[in-house]
Design a protein around this ligand. Structure first.
Ligand code: NAD
Ligand code: WQD
Length: 339
C-alpha cells in the first residue's frame, strides 16, 4: 500500500517512514524542508538500504500534492507537515494558521479528488490544555488552546469531524501525541531542531555536549512531587509504530470512520527526574539551574492510553532510560559527523 507521508523528513515523520517500510508499506515523502534538511534522507537510506521517494514541495499546494497522489497511486496519507513552535505561534499566528490549517485542507481536497480514503493526522495532547483530572482520556473535555499552535490542532480535529458528518466515505484517525523524545537506535535519524531548541530533551543533550552553556529548569515550586512539571515522555520509535497500527485499522474500515487516540506511556515523569535519569544512564553531568516558571506551562499531564491498547493493539515498549540513551547517542553522532 502506497502511503504519502507529509513532513516525512521531520522528527516523527522520519521515524514513521522506517516503521512503515518494516511493516510492508511503501512510503512517499513530501516535505518542503522548512524545519528539516536533506541529511535525513541519507539517514533513512542507511537504515533501510534504499532511497525513499522524496518530493521537496509544500503540501499547501493542491496541484503538486494531487499530481504526486495520482502518479504514485497513493492509498493513504499520514499528515505530519505543520509548524510546531508554540512560542513562535504566539508571535506569528497567521503563519501557523496558514500552514497548519491550509496544508490539512489541501490534503483533504486531494483525498476527495482522488478517492483516497485513509488519513492519519498528527494531533497533540495540547488540545487538553491544563486538565482538571489526570491521566487524561480521549473523553476529557478539550480546553481553549493556550496558543495559536494549539488552536490549529483543535481546529484541525473539528475539521475532520465535520468531514465525517458531511457523509464522506473516508476513514481517519487523529493521534494525540504526548511528549515524543529519543531517536532511532541506529542513531542515523533523530531530532534536529533549527536554532535554539525550545523543547526539553534537545536542550538537555545540547547542553551536555557543550553547544549550550546551561539548562534552565522552568520552575521547581509547582504542586508536584519535586516541584517541577510532569510530562508523559514517549520514545519516538514507539510513537512511529502507532502510525502503522492506525493504518492497519483504517484499512479494515469500509464505511465512514473517525476516531482519536492518546499516544503516550501512561506515566508521568518530572523534569528533574528526566535530568537525573539522563545523567545516570549516560554517565554525564548536566549543567543546570532552577529558573522562573515559563509562561503557559501546564503543571502536570500524562495520558490514559488504554484505548490505543484495546483498539489499535498498540502500547509503548521502550523506557525513559532507553529514550534518553538514544537521544544522547544521536547528539554524539551529530557531533562526530561535524568533525
Ligand atoms: P518537525 O518539524 O520535525 O516535522 C514536520 C515536518 O514538516 C518538517 O520536516 C517540515 O519541514 C515539514 N513541513 C512543515 N510544513 C510543511 C509544508 N507546508 N509542506 C511540506 N512540509 C512541511 O515536527 P515533528 O516533531 O516531527 O512533528 C510532526 C507533527 O506532529 C506536527 O504536526 C506536530 O505539530 C505534531 N506534534 C508534534 C509533537 C512534538 O512534540 N514533536 C507533539 C504533538 C504533535
Ligand atoms: C517539557 C517540560 C518545560 C525546556 C510542547 C508543546 C505541546 C507538544 C509537546 C506539540 C516543561 C520544561 C523545557 C527547558 C525546561 N507539542 N523545560 N527547560 O511544553 O510539554 O509541550 O511540546 O504538539 O503542544 O507545548 O514540551 O519540551 O517544551 O517542555 O524546564 O529549557 O520541560 O517547562 O515542563 P511541553 P517542552
Amino acid at each position: 500500500m502506497n502511503i504519502l507521508v507529509t513532513g516525512g523528513a521531520g522528527f516523527i515523520g522520519s521515524h514513521t517512514v522506517v516503521e512503515l517500510v518494516k511493516a510492508g508499506y511503501s512510503p512517499f515523502i513530501i516535505d518542503d524542508l522548512s524545519n528539516s534538511n536533506e541529511s535525513v534522507l541519507e539517514g533513512l537510506k542507511n537504515i533501510l538500504g534504499f532511497d525513499v521517494p522524496f518530493f521537496n514541495a509544500d503540501c499547501n499546494d493542491f496541484e503538486i500534492v494531487d499530481q504526486i497522489v495520482k502518479e504514485n497511486k497513493i492509498e493513504g496519507i499520514i499528515h505530519f507537515a505543520a509548524f510546531k513552535a508554540v512560542g513562535e505561534s504566539v508571535e506569528k499566528p497567521l503563519k501557523y494558521y496558514r500552514n497548519n490549517i491550509g496544508s490539512l485542507l489541501s490534503i483533504l481536497e486531494v483525498m476527495q479528488a482522488n478517492k483516497v480514503r485513509n488519513l492519519v493526522f498528527s494531533s497533540s495532547c495540547t488540545v487538553y490544555g491544563q486538565p482538571d483530572f489526570i491521566p487524561v482520556t480521549e473523553d476529557t473535555p478539550k480546553k481553549k488552546a493556550e496558543s495559536p499552535y494549539g488552536n490549529t490542532k483543535a481546529i484541525a480535529e473539528d475539521i475532520l469531524e465535520d468531514v465525517i458528518k458531511s457523509g464522506e466515505n473516508v476513514a481517519m484517525i487523529s493521534l494525540r501525541y504526548f511528549n515524543p523524545i529519543g531517536a532511532h537506535e541506529s542513531a542515523e535519524i533523530g531530532e534536529l531542531p533549527n536554532g535554539v531548541p525550545s523543547n526539553l530533551i534537545p536542550f538537555v543533550t545540547q547542553t551536555a555536549i557543550g553547544k549550550r552553556a546551561k539548562l534552565t529548569v522552568f520552575g521547581d515550586d509547582y504542586d508536584t512531587n519535586d516541584g517541577s512539571n510532569v510530562r508523559d515522555f514517549i520514545h519516538v520509535v514507539d510513537l512511529a509504530k502507532a502510525h502503522v497500527s492506525a493504518l492497519d485499522l483504517l484499512k479494515t474500515k469500509e464505511n465512514a470512520f473517525y476516531d482519536v487516540f492518546n499516544l503516550g506511556t501512561g506515566r508521568g515523569n518530572s523534569v528533574l527526574e528526566v535530568i537525573q535519569t539522563f545523567e545516570k544512564v549516560n554517565n554525564v553531568k548536566l549543567n543546570y539551574e532552577i529558573g522562573p516558571r515559563r509562561a503557559g506551562d501546564v503543571v502536570k499531564i500524562y495520558g490514559n492510553v488504554e484505548k490505543a491498547d484495546e483498539i489499535l493493539g498498540w502500547k509503548t515498549e521502550k523506557t525513559l532510560e532507553e529514550s534518553l540513551r538514544d537521544a544522547w547517542a544521536w547528539e554524539l553522532k551529530l557531533k562526530n559527523n561535524k568533525k
